[in-house]
Design a protein around this ligand. Structure first.
Ligand code: XMP
Length: 509
């Protein structure tokens, strides 16, 4: 399989670079410049290397750098932003801090004929974000592009396949960004587009079938996409040797626990143990109102429940986890020391002795995980499910959690989901009901009521770090409000949360 190394110098768009490359069906992996050596690069037989951007200046003390021998490996290199400056600096050119202001945002780019810019017009729009710039060309390099503020927005080696660009082709604002990656991957590196999810499935099934022969594998199924896809993939490989434990803590949305059971036990015929831990969780949560304490109790109780089940099952050799690539990259920028301490199910491996942990999705981005899920036959609703917090409805019930409040919230939330599905062509990125701790006076028929207030929440977001509240059509809000107050006994008021993030968070707790 063709592989591209994305050598990470700490820039904010580094995952995006790997995703752009994978979108073109070429496998790309992100590794920190700290954990790579020239020997490792040679051994892994990469077809090309991308030096990413980064927050430093090349001439700072301790600034990220790399062994210049990498430029003599006869592997094509593309430097982006800081990576471009580093190539210039390593090759004897000069990098300087701009005396004017930083160049930031959309900028007109002037390109000269070059393999990297094949198929691009002489002028186009690119995305810039830098203060330093290449001020003097290294020997043996040519200029290939410039902007008004940046004399060397693109350079390349006269003979070797070493290219450097100051702007960001991975950002959609760069008009011909995809074309630049295409040119680099297919013309310059000579890659074949051989990274497909069908191949990934075949390879993984084959690999785990061999490696896990006669081993018993245990997986904690949460109902989320990652653990669901892990389960189905491993089930293909080891069949009945896989046991999934689904801890039903009673804090899931209406119908969700039944759906998980139905999908995995009945449709896929897996060994599924549904642990009814509802009383156990509710008892531990009784009287608890502090949000962080709720999270802590749920996390701990989850581990204890899982442990008990694992012991009852007898010898389990392998623990499977639904860790995905962003979990790994974000926890340690591809640094292997950190990868080992990263576990999805907080600390499980240290309390139960397993011979091995497997994480079949550890190299996949979320959209790739979804594609694998669909190809393996998981229901679309499950694969494209909106995110749901691990502590579940506990963080959507303000104040103490009781069975009555849980049931009330599940009903209200089910109505919201149903109406959004019925009336909005594109559902918000996340939407749910929360139960506030406020009761208010209402009137029903001739009688006075004193019921709870339900808050509706819906947001638009790319990354959940920031979010904008969704403009749900008023007609839809009206139907939801009507139905909740009529159908959910104990609710006398419905409000719509119009707070964005920041200053609010998506969840209420
Ligand atoms: P906030 O509320 O921080 O949420 O704006 C951002 C995203 O994270 C989810 N979330 C959680 N997920 N455990 C999780 O697994 C949690 O404790 C948790 N808290 C928030 C939230 O649903 C949203 O998608």
């Amino acid at each position: 399989m063709n592989k591209i190394l994305v050598l990470d110098f700490g820039g904010q768009y580094n995952q995006l670079i790997a995703r752009r490359i994978r979108d073109m069906h070429v496998y790309a992996e992100i590794e920190s410049y700290r954990s790579m050596t020239v020997e490792m690069i040679r051994e892994r037989a990469y077809k090309g290397i991308v030096f990413t951007g980064g927050p430093n200046s090349v001439y700072e003390d301790g600034a990220p750098g790399f062994d210049p021998a990498v430029l003599d490996l006869d592997i094509p290199v593309l430097g982006i932003c800081y990576g471009a400056q580093l190539i210039a600096y390593m090759s004897g050119g000069k990098v300087q801090k701009s005396e004017q202001s930083s160049e930031y945002g959309k900028t007109t780019l002037y390109t000269e004929p070059d393999a990297l810019f094949k198929g691009m017009p002489e002028t186009s729009i690119c995305w810039m974000s830098h203060t330093d710039y290449i001020s003097e060309l290294p020997d043996d390099y040519l200029r290939t592009a410039y902007t008004v503020q940046c004399p060397y927005a693109g350079i390349r080696h006269k003979e070797k396949k070493i290219y450097a660009i100051q702007f960001h082709p991975e950002v959609t604002h760069t008009e011909y960004g995809k074309q630049i990656f295409r040119n680099f991957l297919f013309d310059i590196c000579g890659c074949a587009p051989d990274w497909t999810m069908d191949d990934f499935i075949d390879r993984s099934v084959e690999q785990y079938r061999n490696e896990l022969r006669d081993k018993n594998v245990l997986l904690a199924l949460s109902g989320g996409v990652d653990s669901a896809v892990t389960a189905v993939l491993l089930h293909r490989a080891v069949g009945d040797h896989l046991t999934c434990v689904f801890v039903d803590h009673g804090l899931l949305r209406k119908g969700e626990a039944e759906e998980v059971e139905n999908t995995f036990r009945n449709t896929f015929g897996m060994n599924l143990i549904r642990v009814d831990a509802r009383d156990r969780f509710l008892t531990r949560l009784a009287g608890v109102t502090d949000p962080e304490l709720k999270r802590k109790i749920i996390g701990e109780e989850f581990i204890r429940t899982f442990e008990t089940e694992a012991h009852l099952l007898g010898k389990m050799h392998v623990l499977a986890q639904g860790t995905i690539y962003p979990d790994i990259v974000e926890s340690g920028k591809g640094d292997s020391a950190v990868i080992k301490s990263h576990h999805n199910v907080g600390g499980l491996p240290s309390v139960i002795a397993f011979e091995r942990i497997v994480e079949p999705l550890r190299y996949l981005f979320k959209d790739e995980v979804r594609e694998v899920g669909i190809k393996l036959g998981l229901p679309t609703d499950l694969v494209y499910r909106q995110p749901f917090p691990g502590p579940g409805l506990a963080v959507r019930i303000i104040g103490e959690i009781t069975r009555e409040k849980l049931e009330l919230l599940q009903e209200a939330d089910a109505i919201l989901r149903e109406e959004i599905k019925n009336s909005m062509r594109k559902a918000p990125d996340q939407y749910f009901a929360a139960l506030t701790n406020t009761r208010s006076v209402g009137v029903m028929g001739d009688a006075r009521t004193y019921g709870y207030t339900i808050a509706l929440r819906a947001v638009e977001t790319d990354d959940f770090m920031t979010a904008e509240w969704t403009r749900i059509p008023w007609e839809c809000l009206a139907v939801i409000s009507n139905r909740i107050t009529n159908e959910v006994h104990g609710v006398s008021r419905v409000v719509y949360d119009i707070t964005s993030k920041p200053p609010g968070t998506v969840e209420w707790e």
